[in-house]
Every structure is written in C-alpha cells, then in structure tokens.
Design a binder for this molecule. Sequence first.
Ligand code: AN7
Length: 355
Amino acid sequence: MNGSPRPGVIERYRDFLPIGEATPNLTIGEGDTPLVRAASLEHRLGVAEVWLKLEGCNPTGSFKDRGMAVATAKAIEEGAHSFICASTGNTAASAAAFGARSGTPTGVIIPARGVALGKVAQALIYGARVIPIQGSFDDGLTVVRELASRPGVALVNSVNPYRLEGQQTAAFEVVDTLGDAPDELYIPVGNAGNITAYWQGFRAYQNAGRASELPVMRGFQAAGAAPIVTGESLANPETVASAIQIGNPANWERAVQARDESDGTIEAVSDEEIVEAYQMLAADEGIFVELASAASVAGLLRRARGGEVIGGRVVCVLTGTGLKDPGAAVRYAPKPAEVEANIDAVASALGWNAG
Ligand code: AN7
C-alpha cells in the first residue's frame, strides 16, 4: 500500500495481476467504486437484492480506467513510446488520461459523428491527439490495429489482454463487497471486452477460493447494434447509446464463451427500453448514468416483466457517468418553461399554492 485510501487497481489487486518489479504504477485513483442497493428497482421488480456497480465513479467517468491502468503500465514496462486506440469515447478519454499521467503521446481515433461531447472534451484537454474519422468505431479499430504493428506503439483497445486483466478487478470488488459472487450479473455489451473480463475475474476468484460460486452472465446489446444476438456483424450499427454502437465486436467469441459457460444470455434491448431505464435510474434511484450503461438495467426490466425467474441477488454494472452527455439528459427529461423573476410566478411554476 502507498498509504492512500484509494491505492488504485494495481496496488490493491497486485497478486491477481501480471505486475512485476519493473511495472510502473500510474494510478489516477481508479477502482474501488460504490456498489449500492437499488430499493426502488427491488420493489418494482420483486427481486430480493438488486445492486448497482457505479463505474461512472472512476476518475475519467467510466470503467475503462481499470483496464487502462494495467494496459498502459505494461506498455511502458515493455518500452512503448506511444499509445493508440479507436473509441466510441470512453476508451479515448481514459487512454488520454493515462497518456498524460505517464507523459506518453496518445492518439485516439473516434467516429466523427456520434461521440458524446464530454468524452471528446476530456481527450482534448488531457492532451491526446484526437483524430475524428469518416467512418465507424469498427473502421477505426481496423486502422489502429495496423498502426500498432509499428515498433513502440501500444494498442490499448480491449484486444490488448492487459486491458481485460485490469477490468477483472471490478468482479473482484463485487465479490469482496458481497462476500461471494452474485447469482446474476447484468452488463452492457459493445466491443464485448467487459463481459469477458468480468467472467475471467469471477473464475479467477473462484479458483483462488475467494468465491464459492459463479454468476449467470447476462449481456445486453442495443437492438440496432446487436451482432452477437443476431449472429451477423453490421456495417452501420444504429442506437442512441453511442458508446455501444459497434457492429463487429473484437471480443465476440470470448463473450459467447462467457455466456455459454455461465449458462447465461446475450440479448438485445431497444432504444426505447434503454431510455426508459436511463430515466428510471435517475428519477427513482438518484443515479445518473450514460445511455449505454442503462442497457444492463433495461435488460433486467425486460426479463422481470417477461416473467423470467431472476436470481435472488443480482448486480447491474453501470459502466459510465451520465455527465459526459448532458444533451441526452436534456432530450429525455421534461423541459422547464422560463418564468418571471418573482415569488408568485416561481411558486406557481413549482405547482405550489399561493401562500
Ligand atoms: C459506457 O470507449 O468501446 O463491451 O471505445 O463506454 O467492453 O466494449 C466503450 C464501451 C459499455 C461496452 N458502457 O463495453 C469505447 C468503447 C460504456 C462504454 C461499453 C462501453 P465493452
């Protein structure tokens, strides 16, 4: 321990990670995120225990910091002089932060259209070289995979195994907090790295005797970007949840393996269902996530309403904060009307009776 109450994932889970003497620890305080009960959802759905893993509380506002802490540390250990990634936004922001932290030039390739402004703003202010492309995330990933064959360039997308090693730590935290694995884990699926990493983490913990059981894994893609559900990759995925607008996930096979080994499912949720869960989390639980993150809760709502039997203790992973995309919140919340600046007008607008 370095004395900090938030030592970062490398220090906290060193024994479970590929960390050696020569691995630097660049931590920005990632990990150790809250796991909170969702009383309103429990009541609404009749599920005994619903827990929400608030990954938006990571330093750059998404779960990506866990994997990025490890991937960038290993890249530096191995002599990299540049980081590169393709991204729907959150990976870009996280890579840019760790690039800044380590003084490593970082290139982030993003689709020119659809990335939430807050994510672009982060990548820019951290000092990354931001390259918007006339194409999709999938096109960007193809480009960066080729660029990464140059010496000294570290690819920090989730095709990098160290990303997944680091992201396992979220599963470790869930087990450490609950005392065992949950019955079911609900998680959004885009490039399919995170569902793969959680499964890897739960299995590692079981092998180490820290968990007695494994959860059923339930992944959710947006209906307009659901290649794993349909079995067909897409050139033009379409969803309001821009973070998971991905047509050909890099970790496709491993996500299917996690699904099958856990006796789980990967299903599609519609944009309407995602928006409903997004609004409900904010208005009923006081938790403001981004649209993509709400896919996990949308999936839980759909299964509960469909009469499926839900495990007694479920965890929904909420992958990122809603603050990166305030435009979405304004779009999906009631719009206030402007009123005159006096007590009567304000009281009346509040719906309060005249005093
Ligand atoms: C909030 O940033 O792919 O299935 O380039 O930002 O591991 O891809 C983001 C993905 C879920 C899906 N929730 O996770 C990127 C990127 C949020 C995300 C996902 C993403 P994966």
